[in-house]
Design a protein around this ligand. Structure first.
Ligand SMILES: [Zn+2]
Length: 910
């Protein structure tokens, strides 16, 4: 394990007079090397010690620990400003809060508050842990702000409050830098080979609306409390292109981002660009590559703050990077253009330069904010006043009281609450948009301070049809295009355009309460299959050794209540009563009781079903699934290459292959020559292991494959399916003249190709054809919600509605091919008619018509389920978790008849 930060100092609010400044050490004195020196990296715990040292020796820094990270490191906020500002933080925060909710506040009062207040600049350093330069840079930023007597520093301190988060992912900083030193002078790979956040890896900055991770929650809670006016998010990008990106962003902008926020991004980004160019720092680029669409990447722009993204070119971690195209060739584009005014002219790039570019950008941003102090506060007022007074539709979103999955409906409302959205509940039935909604329905009005967040999350996304040139191929988004929360979570959410009246009660702060459980039945507890909370209950029941069954088809009980196929039938033991009561109260799960047996066949879940997760080193979907399985309390283990020394059947009932697990990862895995024993779990299992895995399925194992791993399963077992979408559904891989550095073409690549072609149409067409873009754009779906139809009578689709959107991120669809020994059943497919796109962007819809998404196979004595679209993408599409969970538990279960089921209450079936 990693060394833990041992200092118990939680809060060091230094009141020392400025005379104490002389005792402060420089970063070089403190760390023992010059920051940015080749090969040297300050470690996270030591950076925290340094911030505390500055807090103790000056009166300009307040250090606090906001909590512990996923792996137990301190998550820290250092507040830096003039002592007079630090002394009245309470008042300053009160001003921020008042301006952020300007209801009842006049323009004149707001201006008065703006003059009295100070804007807050939130600086997030390193969320992506291999982007190591920025945390080094902030040691110099903090030192200069804490000790310098320069007038420009004085101006910043007097006028701005800096909220400094030294790392947004401390666990990763520790892992990556420890690995860097541990592998020094060895033949081992110097780059940390696994996810640098326990669960999410590089996806740690795709969590800004689902709020699943501890670090996300701490950052959001801090922002909700302090209400900063700007967030500067420091990143690094690839080593060969521009040297730094600063805002503005390129299209598309989510139109829910207030125009003033967009303008502030231009201003601050350009203040940074100008400062960098003034210092002769070349390679500054803006208005390319990074867009402003998905809220997964940004909380701030829906909460009154511009997001200032800086992306600085990387070195080889802490070692210098030399242009692989030739040590005499300068890095990056060499032609100036309007959004790239000064090319960088050297062939190498070092850690020290990352530090220098970072420091310049931060000080330019701070100085700009100091100079325009009152406008940041006034703009905060205007942004929120515009939302509060908004007249443009939609008026509200209604979440009807009656939901298939009350648990996820509660979860959706909780997400809204974390995002500071106000929620109302109706006491009586009401009419809206021509429909009647029952009492107990929830209403979210758009005219409220954080209406932007509510609106973008609850509405359907209509992504603009952006092309690289008119009539040309699609211009790729930076990330995904659809995020409609109700669709993702399986919750009915209705958009109401025109105002309506209803008897509304504010329940923003109220606890949501579930229902209880009926008294002990003589036969069994019955739980419909519709709620994800059923699986929370099942994992607990399995742990308590309570027998759990599922009905093979729908049925009615004596009192006329009907239950769908897949209904959970639970033996009425005292342990079951207790666990179900608890689950029902916390999740809203509906538990019923039946005194008399019903005549239905069913399946008995294998007691304590053992799940193997093939996580893969640095495979993000594997990390997310590990998090998800932990949340559900499933009995799971990470599949290790060492498992293949023994009998797989003795270990696993079901093995899950997340998207990204290829045959190569299974067979070859991490190379033992460059990864020591610690990584043995991720070594390859060889051809022998590959055969063993196949044999394990044939002799009774259950294999579940998701996304790109469907191809792996197809190869492993010769499954009778074939892909229907074009092989390369995106673009031809763009090499930029560097063999071995293939990647998807970005719009910057295309810009460059256009310039290289000197705008001659013939030459342009040839360039695009030969170098950059595949001429086909038959099919394109870079992260959208697509309609699917489900066979809810099939055990893999138990609990699904007949139709609902699935998440599709550059995935595949399949058709069945003749199979001699393998029986295949289509569980879900794309609709034969009607729209397929539900939210986001889709080109080539007709290629999906009637094609299969989820397929279930009998292979020998085993079962295989392939889920071609990523039903678990970043654990966001909760509506489709049931497909995965059903598949996991159904394969190992056994069929039982109604006679056996009838014996439940007597306790004779176990
Ligand atoms: Zn990054």
């Amino acid at each position: 394990m990693m060394p833990r930060f041992a200092t118990a100092l939680v809060l060091a609010f230094a009141l020392a007079p400025s005379a104490a400044v002389g005792q402060s050490q420089t970063p070089q004195q403190f760390f023992g090397f010059a920051i940015g020196a080749d090969g040297e990296l300050a470690r996270y715990p030591k950076v925290l010690e340094y911030l505390q040292h500055l807090a103790q020796t000056t009166n300009r820094i307040k250090y606090e620990e906001l909590g512990k990270t996923t792996m137990g490191h301190p998550y820290v906020l250092a507040t830096i400003s003039a002592p007079e500002n630090l002394a009245r933080m309470g008042r300053l925060v009160a001003i921020n809060r008042r301006l952020a909710d300007p209801r009842g506040l006049s323009e004149t009062e707001a201006q008065k508050l703006a003059r009295d207040g100070r804007p807050f600049y939130l600086l997030f350093t390193t969320i992506h842990s291999t982007e190591v330069g920025n945390m080094q840079a902030i040691t110099e930023v903090a030192h200069r702000l804490a000790t310098s007597a320069d007038p420009d520093v004085r101006e910043i301190l007097d006028n701005v409050v800096l909220l400094l988060v030294p790392s947004q992912n401390p666990d990763g900083q520790v892992m990556v830098i420890d690995h860097w030193y541990k592998t020094k002078g060895t033949k081992l790979n110097r780059v940390f080979p696994d996810l640098y956040h326990k669960y999410t890896g590089h996806d740690d900055n795709r969590d800004w609306f689902m709020f699943t991770q501890k670090e996300t929650r701490m950052a959001v809670e801090m922002q909700n409390r302090l209400k900063p006016h700007l967030t500067h998010d420091m990143h690094q990008m690839g080593p060969t292109g521009s040297r730094i990106f600063v805002p503005p962003y390129e299209d598309p902008y989510d139109r829910n981002v207030h125009p003033l926020i967009a303008q502030e991004q231009v201003q601050v980004g350009q203040a940074m660009a100008t400062a960098l160019v003034a210092e002769g720092k070349g390679g500054v680029a803006f208005a390319e590559q990074y867009d402003l669409w998905t809220p997964a990447r940004q909380y701030t722009v829906y909460h009154g703050q511009p997001r200032i993204l800086t992306e600085i070119a990387s070195a080889s971690l802490a070692d210098p990077f030399v242009n692989p195209a030739g040590a005499d060739r300068a890095l990056g584009p060499q032609e100036p253009r309007w959004n790239f005014p000064l090319p960088y002219r050297r062939p190498e790039w070092r850690l020290r330069q990352i530090v220098d570019y970072g420091v310049t950008a931060v000080f330019a941003g701070l100085s700009h904010m100091a100079k325009y102090r009152t406008s940041f506060l006034e703009n905060s007022y205007r942004i929120h006043a515009d939302w509060v007074n908004r007249k443009e539709g939609p008026y509200a979103f209604v979440i009807p009281a009656s939901q298939r999955d009350p648990f996820e409906a509660m979860e959706l409302l909780n997400i809204m609450r974390i995002g500071q959205v106000e929620i109302h509940r109706t006491n009586n039935a009401f009419n809206a948009g021509g429909k009647t909604y029952e009492a107990g329905s929830h209403v979210i009005k758009i005219a409220q301070p954080y209406g932007a967040f509510a609106k973008t999350m609850l509405e359907k996304q209509v992504y603009p049809d952006l092309r690289l040139f008119p009539g040309g191929p699609p211009k790729p988004p930076y990330d995904v295009t659809g995020h409609t929360l109700g669709m993702l979570m399986g919750v009915d959410v209705v958009q109401i355009d025109a105002p309506f009246t209803a008897d509304l009660v504010d329940v923003t702060k109220a606890e949501l309460r579930g229902v209880g459980v009926p008294g002990k039945p003589r036969w069994a507890y019955l739980i419909g299959p519709e709620s994800n909370a059923g699986f929370l209950a099942v994992s607990r029941l399995q742990k308590a050794r309570v027998p759990v069954f599922r009905a093979a088809r729908g049925f009615e009980t004596g009192n006329g209540r009907s239950f769908a196929a897949g209904t959970w039938i639970v033996a009425p033991t005292p342990a079951a009563a207790e666990l179900l009561e608890d689950t029902a109260t916390t999740t809203g799960l509906n538990v019923h009781s039946a005194d008399r047996p019903v005549a239905v066949d069913g399946f008995r879940l294998k007691p304590d079903t053992r799940i193997g997760l093939w996580r893969g080193a640095n495979v993000m979907p594997g990390g997310w699934l590990m998090w998800l399985f932990e949340q559900y309390g499933f009995n799971h283990q990470i599949v290790s290459s060492t498992d293949f020394a023994g009998d797989l059947a003795a270990r696993y009932d079901t093995i899950v292959l997340p998207s990204g697990i290829t045959r190569d990862r299974i067979v070859r895995g991490l190379d033992p020559a460059t990864h020591d024993k610690e990584w043995a779990w991720a070594y390859g299992v060889g051809q022998e292991g590959w055969s063993k895995l196949s044999e394990w399925v044939r002799s009774g194992g259950t294999l579940v494959a998701i996304g790109s791993a469907v191809e792996t399963a197809r190869e492993l077992l010769d499954l009778p399916i074939e892909k229907v979408l074009p092989e390369t559904s995106r673009f031809r891989r763009f090499t930029g003249g560097e063999p071995g550095r293939e990647r998807q073409a970005s719009s910057a690549d295309v810009d460059r190709a256009l310039r290289d072609a000197f705008m001659s149409p013939a030459r342009l067409a040839a360039t695009l054809r030969d170098r950059v873009i595949e001429p086909t754009s038959l099919f394109y779906c870079p992260g959208s919600l697509l309609n699917n139809e489900f066979d809810a009578a099939h055990p893999v689709a138990f609990g699904m509605p007949p139709a609902w959107p699935v998440f599709f991120e550059s995935d595949q669809a399949y058709r069945l091919t003749p199979g001699f020994s393998i029986r295949a059943e289509v569980v879900s497919r794309y609709p034969k008619s009607g729209p397929i796109l539900a939210s986001g962007w889709l080109l080539g819809e007709d290629l999906l018509r009637d094609q299969a998404n989820v397929v279930s196979f009998r292979v020998g004595k085993g079962q295989v389920v392939t889920l071609a679209s990523q039903v678990d993408f970043r654990t966001q599409p909760r509506a489709t978790f049931k497909l995965l969970f059903n598949a996991i538990f159904h394969g190992p279960s056994t069929a039982v008849d109604s006679v056996q089921l009838a014996k439940l209450g007597a306790g004779t079936t176990n």
